[in-house]
Design a protein around this ligand. Structure first.
Ligand SMILES: NC(=O)c1ccc[n+]([C@@H]2O[C@H](COP(=O)([O-])OP(=O)(O)OC[C@H]3O[C@@H](n4cnc5c(N)ncnc54)[C@H](OP(=O)(O)O)[C@@H]3O)[C@@H](O)[C@H]2O)c1
Length: 315
């Protein structure tokens, strides 16, 4: 079967479509015939060797992708929650597996039935960004009604879902984006408070927030500290050494600085996303859908950092 793989760490030119072995499910796994995947910046980091100290340096080929949607075509002997023919969505382990293939095997604990009111292709846009946003806002920042929240990087894959989750929790959100997306953000997400980062640096404005979710990851805790209320929480997607040092310093001072890394998808969180989608509270935001053969074009666009919402690749 075909898959998008790389045989050495490098740039997008190191990607190719090649034949790999068919997946064989273990007792708790299912085999999914992939309909679509969505692209995430972490795919590019993985491809360039950004995680090679953690992952197996020598084991190639490695398959791209993480998010997926598709149909179950085979189940392991202990799989009880799903059956052949079910349409499902989910994400593979970010570091050690990939979804950009005609078929994948995956644990039954990492998938859920796909939402019925959107296309199966579009449901591939949800898992990783929704997981990241939920972890950041609910688990780490304890978001609640009336909270003042700032999302730095509101127009990309994570930001457009975080905006919607904030609205589900009835927080008052300020979106930081550029002039390219201001009108679109205001219209699509009914968000009046929008800051154009090309004109204003929010850390220099006289506003305080209960939560600052730094999706773009270009602000350190020390830069944003003055914009937080006394119990304010800063959550960033960047898990670098500087943020870890900040974290320890703030822990000692009993203030909060937290780092979010996208966790594994679980059936219960995916079930919640499906319910929100079917209730009309959450929708995938997709800028472009590409065909399998257009994978280089798709990853090239992702690498510009200009995507509005998600990019989908149909398999
Ligand atoms: N995808 C995930 O679930 C996930 C999980 C963990 C960590 N992360 C990390 O989180 C970051 C964002 O992920 P993503 O999927 O949202 O990326 P993305 O979709 O590629 O983000 C693109 C968006 O970022 C905006 N942007 C670019 N520069 C900005 C700046 N200086 N300030 C504010 N916004 C800016 C762009 O808007 P303009 O065109 O208006 O500039 C564009 O709409 C990445 O570093 C990623 O590695 C992501």
């Amino acid at each position: 079967m075909k898959a998008i793989v790389y045989n050495s760490y490098g740039d997008i030119n190191s990607l190719e479509i090649t034949e790999i072995n068919e997946p064989r499910p273990s007792s708790n796994e299912v085999v999914v015939k992939i309909r679509a995947i969505s692209l995430n910046p972490v795919d590019l980091k993985k491809m360039s060797g950004g995680f090679k100290l953690i992952t197996n340096v020598k084991k190639f080929p490695k398959t791209m992708g993480c998010d997926f949607s598709g149909e179950i075509i085979e189940i392991g002997k202990d799989v009880g929650a799903f059956k052949v023919g079910d349409n499902v969505f989910g994400m593979t382990d970010i570091l050690f597996a990939g979804s950009a293939a005609e078929k994948i095997k995956i644990s039954q604990k990492s998938i859920a039935l796909a939402p019925k009111n959107i296309s199966l292709e579009d449901s591939a846009a949800i898992p990783q960004v929704a997981n990241t946003s939920l972890l950041a806002l609910r688990n780490l920042a304890s978001i609640r009604q009336g909270h003042k929240l700032l999302i730095n990087g509101a127009s990309g894959g994570v930001g457009t879902i975080a905006l919607q989750i904030a609205s589900i929790y009835e927080a008052k959100t300020t979106a930081v984006t550029s002039y390219r997306n201001i009108d679109w953000i205001k219209e699509s997400f009914k968000t009046e408070n929008v800051i154009d980062y090309t004109k204003d640096d929010f850390t220099n404005l006289d506003e305080k927030y209960d939560i600052i979710f730094d999706v773009n990851g270009n602000k350190s805790f020390l830069e944003v500290e003055k914009c937080l209320t006394s119990n304010g929480v800063y959550v960033t997607t960047k898990n670098n050494v500087f943020n870890q040092i900040d974290f320890v310093k703030q822990f000692i001072k009993r203030k909060k600085s937290k780092v979010v890394l996208s966790g594994k998808s679980t059936t219960s969180s995916l079930d919640m996303f499906r319910m929100w989608i079917e209730d009309g509270k959450l929708k995938p935001i997709i800028e472009k859908t590409y065909s399998f053969d257009e994978f280089k074009k798709a990853y090239e666009y992702l690498s510009t950092g200009r995507a509005k919402g998600k990019l989908i690749l149909t398999i």
